[in-house]
Design a protein. Structure first.
Ligand code: C2E
Ligand code: CA
Ligand code: CA
Length: 837
């Protein structure tokens, strides 16, 4: 038991209570404040074995007390126990250097036990028990306490987690070490606040790694969620951090704590490179993988020497033409007892231990050798892409090894393409970019592998001089299977970022995917749909006798579109495409062919397709169904859009479009999206104007027919307006002036008041009266009168007229019809004359 305790504090009552708790065997001395404490310790008259600090009753400058005590006593091991309130924040106290704290009065009775315990552990273990940076336990203390805890509970009661701050180096570099320390402090505090109340403990394991042990029952609690949330959002940083967490449920309490911790670490390591999840639980397979890795690492050198690593070839095709365009070399380990081992089983391990470089050089060499052989055999091989690991690029002699191989095998440099994974750019981006630039200058074609794997290198991509982007379908989810317009844009957005680069899609497993890709301008595909990786002999058979293309066609986006909001998935344009507008589609124009590649759901509705399979409705060549006049306007409009990047609208007529009515008029706004040597991709918004057209046409027809009737009828018809005392003819038919012996010109020039100038004066008042009635009452009127012909003969006319209001004409229009009734009149006259006889 401890012999001498120094109690530092003002409160008599507490001091008495402490004395009482320790009983007779222990001497307790009291110092009211710092100065007095200093005197006691300095004199050495009272060699203390532990110090109790009463922080319930404030002590001036208490933060410096622990350091001061240790300095005066000349030992870092002396236990210093702080008495704190039940709600007090203990981290500052621990950080100040206290060895332990006791919540008073609740836990005060345990003081002697704790002092005793601390004294013995501290006596045998001279390391500092607290991590000063975070105020948490240090690793050793944590492990020894955790061991005791585990043994005190049944199997499966506790879980141990190891926590690792993602890219903590970056925090330090970006914001300075001090800010980095603040982050560590913050994270420690968040975890402490979680485990402390639930009977757990935590420590800082090293640098940016933490560990905690707590009851399994809290794994799914609200508290743990809040804890992670809090830990990942340090207030001192503008953005959140990510913490990877590996866990091991302690099923076997007899397992040494170090092993348990290693299992949690293994789980944590399984999260490296994963951006979708940040928590993993240890599983036996992880241990198996580790053991497997150890096994292959032991065999790798012999395997290389024995030629067990050999490239297989996976062909790449142009889906638009069906031509072979090259292959990717993929390594296979021909293991003497295990058979063919796929690269995923060994590449990651080789990348970790650096052996990858030796292995890769061997693969590159074999590919070069193979290419040379094909050349020598007159086979004219297509380019082969080899994989380059990030580790390779960082090697001093990397570039010279490659150029050495090209020289040694006397290969045209285009034949050896280099695939560098997207994630390689995440670390040392300047260095990697510089090397790639160098490779490109030498003449190599460099491809970005695994684009879309989620590593946000989109931004860096524009600074990286790669010529080809490999887009991995497996990273893009079901993008190829959805027909939703949204995915079009999503992908096109991606595409446009790949400005002036060729795109190869890999992992293409179905025809739908390949077609879909083609529809967004990505023609080159690699994947099980076309071929699996195969031996060089099988690949050789493929390229002999199959059509091939030697240059990759780059898709170029139309100049003005690069910065257009069209590409912004959140832009209004995109919103319209996805949600609002009627029909929209993407056309591919190749020569005179205009194919609808994809369309949104409303497109079909808009064009009025009925009772026909969607594919048939969509996959049509517009040009074949456009009438000649429309075609003569469509292509120039398209050309203009390519040149200017503008959207150009026009109305086009289609005849017998599959599934549609006989004729369809579409108002189409076209916008060229991308062009290549032979193709133009066009984004179209489509409006169906057929009904409008039909209505207009019908009106024209009616007018035409009316005109025919009027032209051919016996009577004369005229439509006139009277403005500023002047008579104007809107319409007048042949008979109107003809029956009076005038040509149209004579009629208009010689008769300023029209027919009125010819009316026998005695009929004029009657006529005037009739016109006024028609104007005011808006009803038809008719009148019989005599009028003079140009030769001076008089005719009897039946005139009827009406004032009408027409759209677009502001003044009333007088429509009048005259019929020559002279003969009837004369006959009637004769008849009357005869009767009178
Ligand atoms: P990677 O470079 O992305 O290669 C494509 C992987 O996808 C290959 O797997 C290929 O077989 C597989 N694949 C191709 N088409 C399809 C498909 O339609 N569906 C599915 N599910 N998978 C498809 P593999 O050959 O197992 O290679 C795996 C990875 O190993 C490669 O991914 C590459 O990162 C690495 N690798 C392969 N060979 C080498 C090499 O020689 N050197 C280096 N450093 N890495 C290599
Ligand atoms: Ca690859
Ligand atoms: Ca890939």
């Amino acid at each position: 038991m401890v012999g001498r305790i120094l109690f530092v504090g003002k409160d008599d009552g507490t001091c008495k209570e402490v004395e009482r708790l320790f009983g007779r065997t222990v001497q307790v001395r009291r110092a009211c404040e710092r100065v007095e404490m200093g005197e006691v310790l300095r004199k050495g008259a009272f060699p203390v074995s532990a110090v109790v600090l009463d922080l319930l009753h404030s002590i001036d400058g208490w933060r410096n007390i622990p350091d001061q005590i240790r300095a005066l006593v000349g030992s870092s091991c002396i236990p210093i126990i702080a008495l704190v309130g039940e709600e007090d924040d203990v981290l500052p106290i621990i950080q100040a250097g206290a060895s332990a704290f006791i919540r008073t009065p609740r836990d005060l009775p345990s003081l002697p036990g704790i002092v005793n315990n601390l004294h013995t552990t501290v006596a045998t273990d001279s390391s500092i028990r607290i991590d000063r940076r975070t105020g948490l336990l240090n690793r050793e203390t944590f492990f020894s306490l955790a061991e005791e805890m585990i043994l005190s509970k049944p199997a499966g009661y506790y879980v141990l987690s190891c926590l690792n701050i993602d890219s903590f180096k970056v925090v330090n570099e970006q914001y300075g070490e001090e800010r980095g320390n603040e982050v560590l402090w913050h994270v420690g505090k968040a975890f402490f606040a979680f485990v402390d109340p639930i009977g757990g403990i935590c420590c800082r394991y090293s640098a940016d790694k933490f560990s905690a042990i707590f009851p399994v029952s809290f794994l799914k609690s609200q508290e743990i969620l809040q804890c992670h949330q809090k830990a990942e959002n340090p207030p001192c940083l503008p953005s959140r951090i990510r913490i990877r967490i590996g866990r091991c449920i302690i099923d076997d309490p007899t397992l040494p704590i170090g092993n348990i911790y290693n299992r949690a670490v293994l789980a944590e390591e399984s999260l490296h490179g994963r951006y979708d999840i940040s928590i993993a639980q240890f599983e036996q397979s992880m241990m198996d993988d580790l053991l497997y890795e150890q096994k292959i690492v032991a065999q790798m050198h012999d395997a290389l020497a024995g030629g067990q690593f050999a490239p297989w070839y996976q062909p790449v095709y142009n889906h638009a033409t069906g031509a072979l365009i090259g292959a990717e070399a993929l390594v296979r380990w021909h293991h003497p007892t295990e058979g063919l081992i796929p690269p995923n089983r060994f590449i990651p391990a080789f990348e970790r231990n650096g052996f990858i470089y030796e292995m890769d050089i061997s693969v590159w060499r074999q590919v070069c050798e193979q290419l040379r052989q094909w050349i020598d055999q007159g086979r004219n091989p297509l380019p082969v892409s080899v994989n380059v690991s990030r580790i390779d690029i960082l090697k001093q002699d990397f570039v010279s090894v490659l150029t050495g191989l090209i020289d040694q095998y006397r290969l045209p440099i285009e034949l050896l393409r280099l695939e560098i994974t997207e994630s390689a750019f995440s670390q040392y981006p300047e260095r990697i970019t510089a090397v790639i630039r160098q490779l490109v200058e030498i003449g190599f074609t460099v491809e970005t592998d695994d684009f879309g794997s989620g590593y946000s290198s989109l931004n860096s991509l524009k600074d990286v001089p790669v010529q080809v982007v490999k887009l991995d379908m497996r990273f893009l989810g079901d993008v190829g299977n959805t027909r939703r317009g949204g995915s079009i844009l999503e992908s096109v957005v991606r595409m446009v970022k790949w400005l002036d680069m060729a795109v190869i899609a890999e992992g293409v497993e179905t025809l739908e995917q390949a077609d879909y890709l083609k529809s967004i301008g990505c023609f080159y595909v690699q994947g099980y749909f076309y071929a699996r990786p195969m031996t060089s002999q099988d690949y050789e058979k493929r390229f002999i006798g199959s059509s091939s293309e030697r240059t990759l066609e780059c898709i170029r986006t139309v100049r003005n579109l690069r910065t257009s909001s069209f590409w912004d998935p959140d832009s209004l344009d995109s919103f319209i495409f996805n949600n609002y507008l009627g029909g929209a589609c993407i056309l591919e124009v190749r020569g005179a062919r205009v194919e609808v590649l994809r369309a949104n759901d409303k497109y079909r509705q808009v064009i009025g397709t009925t009772g026909i399979a969607i594919d048939d409705a969509l996959r049509v060549d517009w040009a074949m169904f456009m009438d000649a006049e429309s075609r003569s306007r469509f292509f120039p409009a398209l050309q203009r859009s390519v040149e200017t990047g503008d959207e150009i609208g026009g109305e086009y007529q289609f005849l017998d479009l599959p599934g549609c009515a006989h004729q369809v008029f579409l108002h189409v706004s076209i916008r060229a999206i991308a062009t290549s040597r032979e193709r133009i991709l066009v984004y179209c918004m489509v409006e169906n104007t057929t009904n409008l057209h039909i209505a207009q046409q019908r009106e024209q027809e009616i007018t035409h027919q009316m005109g025919e009737i009027l032209r051919n009828m016996d009577g004369g018809v005229a439509a006139t307006t009277f403005v500023d005392g002047k008579l104007n003819y809107l319409y007048v038919n042949e008979q109107y002036h003809g029956m009076l012996g005038f040509t149209k010109e004579q009629f208009e020039q010689e008769l300023p008041n029209g027919l009125r100038d010819l009316v026998e004066p005695s009929f004029l008042p009657q006529l005037q009266q009739a016109i006024a009635t028609s104007e005011h009452a808006g009803i038809p009127v008719s009148i019989e009168f005599r009028a003079r012909t140009r030769e001076g003969r008089y005719l009897w006319l039946h005139g009827s007229g009406m004032s009408c209001i027409f759209d677009g004409i502001e003044v009333p229009v007088h429509v009048s019809v005259i019929i020559d009734i002279t003969r009837q009149k004369e006959e009637a006259e004769q008849f009357r004359f005869l009767n009178e006889l």
